[in-house]
Design a protein around this ligand. Structure first.
Ligand code: ZN
Length: 182
């Protein structure tokens, strides 16, 4: 049986015997299977214990925008947040900084604020892309493995993300909320 390259997506459903018998393309398939097996057999893939919540000291929400077209939305969102939540609104970065691929500003907030501000951002992000990540002593995991995204998922520059780092300094809010988010 001849298997065209265009049918590659269907390979996983083909009977095993066909895969084993055909030519060079199958070697790739066999390698994939071998790889998958060895991965599932590695005991280190499943930690003995789940991560403890106490490892999280605070959270960041990074609000991404385009300086030419959506900065006004980011400015409005920042104001709305400042009126409603006790957080630290960070500096404006109109050019990419650190691991972030786009202009953004950062909102730092306490663990206790998460249940209010994250759903509020879900409803009010004005179409902007937002990254929410925990702060532990492992920035790489915080950003790449333990984050949640609203809108598009952007590619972060992992070279700026160390495996371990000193914990975040204590949160110093710079907002004075006066409106309940309801
Ligand atoms: Zn951050």
């Amino acid at each position: 049986m001849r298997i065209r390259r265009s049918s590659f997506e269907e390979w996983p459903t083909l009977p095993h015997i066909i895969i084993v018998k055909s030519g060079p393309l199958n070697e790739g398939r066999l390698q994939m299977e071998t790889k998958r097996q060895s991965r599932s057999q590695k005991p280190s893939d499943i930690p003995a214990k789940p991560e403890a919540l106490s490892r999280i000291s605070s959270f960041h929400a990074h609000i991404y925008y385009d300086p030419r077209t959506t900065r006004d939305k980011a400015e409005r969102l920042r104001e709305l947040v400042a009126e409603r939540f006790l957080v630290r609104n960070g500096n404006w970065h109109d050019a990419p900084v650190g691991p972030h691929p786009s202009a953004m500003f950062q909102i730092s907030f306490a663990k206790e604020t998460f249940p209010q501000i994250v759903p509020w951002l879900m409803l009010n992000r004005l179409g902007l892309t937002i990254l929410v990540h925990p702060n532990t002593d492992r920035p790489r995991d915080d950003h790449l493995n333990h984050a949640l995204w609203m809108g598009s998922v952007l590619s972060l520059d992992a070279t700026h993300l160390p495996e371990t780092d000193a914990p975040e300094p204590p949160l110093e809010p710079n907002t004075q909320p006066r409106i309940s988010p309801e």
